[in-house]
Ligand binder design. Sequence first.
Ligand code: ZN
Ligand code: ZN
Length: 258
Amino acid sequence: MLVDSHCHLDFPDFAEKLPALFNAMQTNGVSHALCVGVTLKGLPAVLSIAEAHENLFASVGIHPDYEDEDPVDVENLVRLAAHPKVVAIGETGLDYYRLQGDLGWQRERFRTHIRAAIAADKPLIIHTRNAAEDTLRIMREEGAERIGGVMHCFTESQTVADQAMALGFYISFSGIVTFKNAVALKEVARQVPLDRMLVETDAPYLAPMPYRGKINQPAYVRYVAESIAELRGISLEEVAEATTRNFFRMIKRTRPCS
Ligand SMILES: [Zn+2]
Ligand SMILES: [Zn+2]
């Protein structure tokens, strides 16, 4: 059994395609998925998908690429996170690749999410792009190690992975690890201890090989796990077992019997 720890099933790419997606999950041994929120306006759609499916979870947060969202405060996030299907806060973090200029608002919003996660006692889903140094600094300044969480769609160096793991965070690998040219990331996927690792699709983005360039879906997390198993010279079952256990430990929910 595998878990897709990060996908966006509320995106328009998937409208009316959900039944087929759930069938494909079953066929590929993907038992659960976490539907990650990126805006508060989009949250009702994320929640209604999670409410309708026993094996789906949800998260609450505003993605750093969404500049024009209304300001959010800790209280509001904590209140929204009380929904029974919400297991994490995010995605949040810093993105200096997509957006440039004065990104003080992005850092402030990231701090608000960390404070909300601590107050709500729910793990953080952190997105970081071209901003590892500031991301780690803010995590430390805000005491993110009190709550932990995941560095999602990890593309940074081993040093960054080590620093995030020292703060109690998991490292989540996406389809990027299956790409031929992702040489440095493959090495990180060899080094990160199995008990600190998660797998994800970030669907509809970043489809793994052999579907690179197509619309991604939770079932394809299997290819991510297979690629990691191959890199480490272990079985797919070992990767599935470890990453699924890690996921349920992170969200503090009882793992369903298999
Ligand atoms: Zn992201
Ligand atoms: Zn995402």
